[in-house]
Each structure stands twice: as C-alpha cells, then as structure tokens.
Design a protein around this ligand. Structure first.
Ligand SMILES: NC(=O)CC[C@H](N)C(=O)O
Length: 237
C-alpha cells in the first residue's frame, strides 16, 4: 500500500535560484522528498513553479547576478504575489526587507534584496571565531520524516551566517541560538555563547508563505525544513 501511494511531495515543482551558491544540495534534498526541483536562471523558468528556494552562497553576488539576469524584478513580483519562498543563509538575506550592514559596490551603491520578509538581518553576524559552527537547535513546526521525529533537534551548520536582529509583527520565530550580545563590528568579535553576555539570536523565521534559516539544512542531510516548506506550498502548514 505505502509503496504504491504517491509521496506527499509529488506534484510539487520547486525552482532553485541558480545564479550562485549551493543549488545542487537544495535540488537533491527536494528530490529526496519526492518533489520536482528545477534550476532557475531565466525569467521564463519562473513559470510553472509552486515555490522558489534561494540558496546559501554570497548575497552580494546573488544580488548582482539576479539583477544582471533580469530575474530580480519578476522574482520580486512573484514573491509579492504570494509565491512561497525559502531562503537559507544568503537566501535569508535576499528575502529580508532590511540588511543592517549591507555591503556597497565601488560606486557606493548598497547591495539590494528581493525582500518580502519583515525582518532586519545582520550579515556575518557571529564573528570571526565562530565563522562556521554546528549546533543542535530546537525548531518549531517540523513534522516526522522517515529519518527524524518532529521534536528531534535540527543539526544546524552555520557558515558566515547572518542572524535576524529584528522581526515585524507578522513574523514567527522558529529557532534561536545563543550568541554574543554585541554584534561584532565587521564580523570580528571573539565572543561566543560560552562567554558571559550571550543572548538568544533568531536564526529561523516564517511569515505567511516565506521561510528563512540562517543555517544550511541542505548540507547535513536534514530534510525536515524542506519538508516544512513543501507543506507550506501545499497549504498544509
Ligand atoms: N553561507 C552563506 O550563505 C553565507 C552568507 C554570506 N556571508 C553573505 O553575506 O551573503
């Protein structure tokens, strides 16, 4: 019976913005859940998708190339029109309405985001000593998969990750991690959660059809965050 019934994810077509970053890892994770994932490099490839993933990578590069490929405006319009979107790490930055510390190009123009999520993010927020780290997180709203229960912690990999400094009233916080109280100027603090003055920093949020994580579930074999995104697309979460 179970083997012949369709996967709960079948029929869902998810685009992965494929201008830079860990595109393949997201495609693999969606496919392993029974969904269809396609790389999006052209505006026409936005047609027929039920959701979009913005991968981890480098947000300044993703911003520049998304604009250069004429994807920024149609993508912004689709997200504004209700297209579900999930951003991991640099993807979270791309979905944020405001960057606390945007980088600027040679002409002094700040990097841009697609926006949609009423949050302020800080890039490279965890500081030099903690540029990359892994930890177990409690994460609200996950369901059981074959591999893990809904309440089991998420193994989260942070790579020069942002944190969410401020959320608007529409935004639900799904996960937090202890981090230094003072944001490092230019990402150069030596602080860590083991030092005094650690506070909980927001690392996963949801608002309506938009989902974002500071970390990369797609690189650890963690599938429950993508599964949550698929349930959001299907109107089941
Ligand atoms: N792993 C990541 O996606 C890093 C994000 C990167 N620090 C940025 O600002 O875009």
């Amino acid at each position: 019976m179970a083997s012949s019934s369709p996967s709960p994810s079948s029929g869902v077509r998810i685009g992965v913005l494929a201008v830079q970053g860990d595109v393949r890892e997201h495609i693999r994770t969606i496919e392993s859940l029974g969904g269809t994932a396609t790389a999006v490099r052209r505006p026409s490839e936005l047609e027929g998708i039920d959701g979009i993933i913005i991968p981890g990578g480098e947000s300044t590069t993703i911003d520049k190339l998304t604009r250069a490929f004429d994807l920024a405006e149609p993508l912004r319009a689709r997200i504004l029109g209700g297209l579900p979107a999930y951003g991991s790490c640099a993807g979270m930055i791309m979905l944020a309405d405001v960057i606390a510390d945007p980088s600027t190009d040679r002409q002094g123009n700040p990097q841009q985001t697609l926006g949609g999520l009423d949050i302020v993010v800080r890039r490279n927020a965890f500081g030099r000593q903690r540029e990359s780290f892994e930890t177990d997180l409690a994460f609200t709203g996950l369901a059981d998969t074959a591999g893990a229960g809904g309440n089991d912690p998420v193994r989260a990999v942070f790579i020069r990750a942002p944190w969410v400094e401020k959320v608007g009233p529409s935004v639900e916080v799904l996960a937090e991690v202890p981090a230094p109280e003072t944001p490092p100027p230019g990402g150069s603090s030596d602080g860590g959660p083991e030092k005094s003055g650690a506070v909980a920093r927001i690392v996963a949020v949801r608002s309506g059809n938009l989902l974002a994580t500071s970390f990369h579930p797609e690189v650890t074999g963690e599938r429950r965050v993508h599964e949550l995104f698929i349930r959001m697309i299907r109107g089941e979460a």
